[in-house]
Ligand binder design. Structure first.
Ligand SMILES: Cc1cc2nc3c(=O)[nH]c(=O)nc-3n(C[C@H](O)[C@H](O)[C@H](O)COP(=O)(O)O)c2cc1C
Length: 344
């Protein structure tokens, strides 16, 4: 199994990715949050900083592009090739109102003829490998079948499927029945993405889809940064037979107990990210703002964290922030099996 970190705009920039890789290795491939080319620039300053090889210590990084203009896509892909990238990912999933209104992201799924033309042009004019990250439709999950027929016509390097429609945003259960059909239809390698939050979710998915060899995880890793590492250990244990030995010996542990995320490591991970945010942002309040975004997920791994999380959300100065983080780490223990009570 290959594990991919999903891109989350505003959270999974290079500082987060490097820290995750250093403290909780286990992710095989990382994706940048979307790059949006504009009239003047293939890559804007912040986007360039995010993809610069000297800023990225992870082994495999795939930059993601969000545009409905094939010329801009090709220009950006070329600019990325100059920095050594060999693959780019096309965003066909972003559900946000402004993005969709501009006919980009999930908005590109509304007009399949136009999508077909777009793909025709970018595959003709781009030398790099192109993968797609797609939803399964705008309104109805069944739209996915037509989309898959289109992807099958092009040399897509892999199709990452988030089996929800645009209308569903990130809510509700992913359509696993439709995913199953799309998996059978696809000529390309398929990666699954959606709602794998804890080890049990992964185990259930694996049991239903043993043929899937790639999964992408987003919010689950933000809530529990050790998740990939645990899943990797679980896979390893199953491969080497350790898991069945343990079961035979009456040890009921799930994969989550093979490796527990320590509070100390999590603290070091947090401090590394915060220190680097403070270095790149002019003001501490911007660094704190970005940390709070991460905390909105991370708090779910701590037992009884709600009162501390509330105080943390209200902080604005460096001292307050440090103090509330310290309080939370001191007062709350991590759930031993990850954020089991959390369903976003
Ligand atoms: C705040 C936020 C930002 C996101 N930014 C991106 C993005 O830049 N590119 C992208 O392809 N998907 C983006 N996504 C979608 C995630 O990559 C992923 O598909 C989604 O969270 C479902 O996976 P999960 O259930 O494992 O979190 C974003 C999602 C959220 C909640």
């Amino acid at each position: 199994m290959k594990f991919y970190l999903a891109p989350l705009e505003g959270v999974t920039g290079y500082i987060f990715r490097n820290a995750l890789d250093a403290y909780f290795p286990g992710t095989d491939r990382y994706f940048t949050p979307f790059i949006v080319p504009d009239q003047k620039h293939a890559l804007r300053k912040k986007e360039l900083r995010d993809i610069l090889p000297e800023n990225n210590q992870v082994k495999e990084l795939v930059p993601q592009i969000l545009t409905s203009d094939p010329v801009r896509f090709v220009e950006t892909a070329k600019a990325l090739a100059e920095y050594g990238y060999e693959e780019v990912n096309l965003n066909l999933g972003c559900p946000s109102g402004t993005v969709v209104a501009g006919g980009r992201g999930a908005g590109m799924l509304a007009d399949v003829e136009k999508l077909d033309c777009f793909l025709d042009q970018i595959f003709r004019d781009t030398d790099l490998r192109i993968s797609v990250k797609t939803r399964i439709g705008i309104e109805r999950p069944e739209e996915g079948y037509m989309l898959m027929k289109i992807y099958n016509q092009y040399p897509v390097s892999e199709v990452i499927i988030h089996p929800r429609t645009r209308k569903e945003y990130y809510k509700g259960e992913p359509h696993l029945d439709v995913f199953s059909e799309l998996l059978a239809m696809s000529k390309h390698p398929v990666c699954y993405n959606g709602n794998l939050f804890i080890v049990r979710d992964y185990e259930q998915f694996r049991a239903r889809f043993p043929q899937v060899e790639r999964v992408m995880i987003g919010r689950g890793v933000l809530a529990d940064p050790g998740l990939m590492q645990r899943l990797k250990s679980l896979e390893h244990a199953q491969k080497t037979g350790e898991d069945s030995d343990r079961k035979e010996n009456g040890m009921e542990q799930s994969g989550s107990e093979i490796y527990r995320t320590g509070k100390q490591e999590l603290r070091a991970f947090h401090d590394t990210i915060f220190r680097q945010y403070r270095e790149i942002f002019d003001e501490d309040k911007n660094a704190i703002f970005h940390m709070k975004e991460l905390w909105s997920y991370l708090v779910h791994s701590f037992e009884g964290s709600e009162p501390y999380a509330k105080k943390l959300r209200k902080t604005s100065s460096l001292n307050e922030y440090r103090c509330e983080v310290g309080n939370l780490f001191r007062a709350c223990d991590l759930y031993p099996d990850g954020p089991v009570q959390w369903r976003p």
